[in-house]
Design a protein around this ligand. Structure first.
Ligand SMILES: *Cc1c(COP(=O)(O)O)cnc(C)c1O
Length: 463
């Protein structure tokens, strides 16, 4: 793992990463805390005017870029003048597929469109329902709507933050076409159970692995377990290229169709021969570029060791905070052999913190030099759903009773997710997990400091 930590300001981070899709949250990377001066000087919570527990050094920067090792191929591409999709993209696709242990990979403009193309080429369209978790980034759900289908929300297991397999079957109807498990936060969803349910009901499984690069279940990489998997290479993601995405699958005909669709519908692969040239299916243009692929190849070299570091640090941090009252770290399913830890999540229970609100807790911890956020808002209740249902296309595709937003909301309540989003979830970003073991101890100490002073913070703080 890279040891250099160039200095790096919060503003730089926001500038670099804030258009972040998932990541909006990441926005607050501040000073790395150090208890060097001894606890006595920092007893007063920083939020109440005391000294921040840490201020001297910095959290690891993101994204990481090392000119000496990373720039050769990028410069070659730039100087070649071949910038549109060609051999370097193909090389990246081959390496991504072999890294995951899957037959094929198609690189595309971003993770959002990887999902859109995948649903489209599995013919998920008007009248179809797709089961999604509410605890995810908007793109999971919008990809269903982009194809004219209806997202149906399956509540989460609050211990793992993942779609709860025990709640899936109750949501299956004759219109259900696919399950879209999201390995959210980089923690694998319970694929053994999800695959069994899909098999029983003859449903497709499309994995949103946009946060879960190299995560595994039973030693198999997530994204390669279902019918197809989708990845994102947006700047905040564990494999950052600025923008980018990939579809992976062992179904070669499906990937050939995706290729064709992402390239104007021109004949490709298995389709060539049947029709030698021209546009054979309805398509669009969502191609990756050569310089993106060159950046990706450079980033790919460090992904495995970074993933190991994140796993080690996450396990250690978990062990350090699990006994603090009111702090309940994530749980991994027993079949998980590796996680990606795009984020480190825990649940915050204010009763153990003198009733201090989660927002006040987050502010207090951030003031100590440990940035964190409350994560996602409830996706199943936002106005985009009503907006879509009132659109011209949807009104032509569906009978009015199926577009009744009140009935829809009634069928899509997710109380566990409400609790996570509105009250309990707290995240640390993945770059923090690239720090040292001492950094992890410091995070734990900061939480302990806020815990110890929670009554005072509640009394004297603004909220
Ligand atoms: C980031 C993300 C996406 C979308 O990927 P982009 O590359 O930003 O378009 C989709 N789903 C999840 C869960 C994500 O985190």
């Amino acid at each position: 793992m890279e040891s250099s930590k160039p200095s790096f300001s919060r503003r730089d981070f926001i500038k670099k990463n804030s258009l972040a899709a998932a990541g909006a949250v990441l926005a607050s990377v501040v000073s790395k805390p150090v208890f060097a001066a001894g606890l006595s000087q920092v007893q007063t919570p920083a939020i109440l005017g005391g000294k921040a527990a840490w201020s001297t050094s910095k959290w690891p920067e993101w994204p990481i870029w090392n000119p000496a090792t990373d720039e050769k191929q990028v410069l070659e591409v730039l100087r070649s003048g071949i910038w549109s999709r060609a051999e370097v993209v193909t090389q990246f696709e081959k390496e991504w597929a072999s890294t995951l242990g899957v037959k094929r990979s198609l690189a595309v403009v971003n993770g959002t469109n990887a999902l859109v193309i995948t649903l489209n080429q599995f013919d998920i369209k008007a009248g179809d329902e797709v089961l999604v978790p509410p605890y995810t980034f908007i793109a999971t759900v919008s990809s269903v709507l982009s194809n004219g289908a209806i997202p149906v929300f399956v509540d989460v297991d609050p211990e793992t933050f993942q779609m709860d397999p025990a709640k899936i079957e109750a949501k299956i109807t004759p219109r259900t076409k696919a399950i879209m498990p999201v390995h959210i936060l980089g923690l694998p969803a319970d694929m053994d159970k999800i695959m069994a349910i899909a098999k029983k009901h003859n449903l497709l499984v499309i994995e949103d692995a946009c946060q879960a690069h190299l995560a595994e279940i039973n030693k198999q990489k997530v994204g390669t377990i279902g019918d197809a998997g989708c990845f994102s290479f947006q700047n905040s993601k564990n494999l950052p290229i600025g923008e980018g995405g990939a579809i992976v699958s062992n179904n070669e005909k499906f990937i050939d169709r995706c290729y064709s669709y992402h390239n104007f519908g021109y004949a490709y692969g298995t389709a060539v021969g049947a029709v030698s040239s021209g546009c054979i299916i309805q398509g669009t243009k969502l191609r990756f570029t050569e310089y993106q692929a060159a950046i990706g190849l450079a980033q790919l070299k460090r992904l495995d060791s970074q993933t190991t570091t994140r796993n080690e640090n996450a396990a250690y941090l978990k062990s350090q905070i699990k006994d603090i009252p009111g702090i309940i770290p994530y749980k991994l399913y027993d079949n998980v052999t590796r996680a990606a830890f795009h984020l480190f999540p825990f649940r915050y229970q204010k009763n153990a913190f003198s009733g201090l609100s989660r927002e006040a807790f987050i502010k207090a911890l951030t003031a100590e030099g440990v940035p964190c956020s409350s994560g996602y808002a409830t996706l199943n209740t936002q106005p985009y759903l009503k907006d879509t249902f009132e659109s011209k296309n949807y009104k032509k595709m569906y009978p009015a009773d199926m577009l009744n937003i009140n009935t829809y909301n009634e069928h899509n309540k997710c109380p566990n997710n409400d609790l996570l989003c509105n009250e309990e979830a707290v995240w640390f970003t993945q770059n923090m997990l690239l720090g040292s073991k001492t950094d992890m101890q410091d995070i734990a100490s900061a939480i302990e400091k806020v815990h110890k002073n929670s009554a005072q913070i509640k009394k004297l703080g603004k909220r």
